[in-house]
Each structure stands twice: as C-alpha cells, then as structure tokens.
Design a protein around this ligand. Structure first.
Ligand code: MD6
Ligand code: FE
Length: 210
C-alpha cells in the first residue's frame, strides 16, 4: 500500500500533489460532460488584455466562469458571448474535483467554477499565478484528459526553476496551502493522438472563485 501510494500521489511541494491516474475511471464521464458544456457554451479564443487571441480554446461551467478580454481577467456569472449563465457544472465534475482535493488534504472543496481548456499541438500557456479568486485558502484542481502535456510547476517567484511534469490522460494536479500562489503553465504541446480526444488535450481547472 505505501508503494502504491508513493507511485500514485507525487508530492510537488507543500500542499501540491500530482495524483497519477486519479481521474482515469471517470474520464469517459468527464469527456461526456465536456461535450454537454461545449454544446451549451461553445469553445472560443478569448482575447488577452493586450488584445491578442489566445491559442487555447476555452469555455466554462458552474456558477462562475473565468474570462479574459481587453478589460482584463475576471470571473463572471454569464457567458459574455451568449449573455446567458454558464452551463451547470456536471455532477461528475464536482464529485471528482472534491475527491481529488480530499486526496491532497483539502477537505470540503466545493468548486463554483470550472474552466475547460482545449489545446492542440503547438499550443501553450505561459507561466502565471492564479489570482483572480477571492479566497486563496481554497486549492486549485486541474484534470488532464486526452493527449499528454508538460505541465510547468514553478515556485512563488516567476524566476524559480519550474518542475517539468508530464501529465497524461487521467492525471490530476492539486495545489493549495503554501503552494497556492505558485507559478505554473503548460509547455507547447507535441502532436499526438488519443483514442477519446483525437488530437486534443482537454484540461478542466476547478476553483472556488466566488
Ligand atoms: C491548464 N490552466 O490548462 C492550466 N490558469 O493546464 C491554467 O493554469 C489557467 O487556463 C488561469 C487561467 C486560465 C488557465
Ligand atoms: Fe492557472
């Protein structure tokens, strides 16, 4: 059991874990949920505050959705593209996020926001901190589905050396506590193919934003 634990739950720092394969058994249900959410609130390339279209396509579900445009980054209760609330968070999403947070030592995580990111080959996400949420006492839960990526997990300062973590289908990252404000990002994706997502990587990022 300790060996199994050591292999499946990798400590990255205080309050930061890579839970290998944690979402594997739920992957089909999660991807079905992604289809439902995208049918309601289509993926789109948001604008950075500087006015450039992001390469990663995004949408949201839950009471709040993360959005970016020329006026900055923020959480909003309605999809600005449709003028309607974001689709409800599928039950499979919130259950998995709560269980993953629990496995990382964060009890009673009730996310109100799930950002869905879709990456293709060449897409990347620069190092950044997540700081648009109200309560930094709440962790972040990040689920990887589809083709693999290299997740960059840095420290509290931008120049801190980042771990380069290969995240595959079903892997879950949780960071909170003393690691909540750690810099993180995603290296440019290599082309690959996955039976369930073709040439895409989907990432679900759960947060308690409000
Ligand atoms: C990922 N995404 O897509 C990680 N953070 O694997 C993020 O860390 C992220 O996509 C803040 C805002 C948007 C994001
Ligand atoms: Fe982030």
């Amino acid at each position: 059991m300790p060996l199994f634990e050591a292999q499946t739950r990798q400590a990255l720092g205080p309050g930061a874990w890579l839970l290998h394969g944690f979402a594997l058994a739920d992957a089909v249900a999660l991807l079905d949920g992604v289809d439902v959410v995208i049918a309601g609130a289509p993926l789109r390339n948001m604008l950075t505050p500087g006015g450039r279209a992001m390469s990663v396509a995004m949408t949201n579900c839950g009471a709040l959705g993360w959005t970016s445009d020329r006026s900055g980054y923020r959480y909003v209760p309605q999809d600005p593209q449709r003028g309607l609330p974001w689709p409800a968070m599928p039950a499979a999403f919130s259950k998995l996020a709560g269980r993953a947070a629990q496995a990382a030592g964060f009890a009673d995580f009730l996310p109100d926001a799930c950002l869905i990111n879709r990456y293709s080959a060449g897409h990347k996400l620069s190092l950044h901190q997540d700081k648009d949420e109200h309560d930094f006492g709440q962790p972040i839960v990040s689920v990887s589905l589809g083709i693999a990526a290299v997740f960059l997990f840095g420290g509290l300062a931008r120049q801190d050396r980042a771990l380069r973590l290969t995240v595959v289908h079903g892997d879950v990252l949780v960071w909170g506590g003393a690691s909540r404000m750690n810099y993180h990002g995603v290296a440019a994706l290599s082309a690959d193919r996955h039976a369930l997502t073709q040439d895409y990587r989907f990432n679900l990022t759960f947060r308690k934003a409000g």
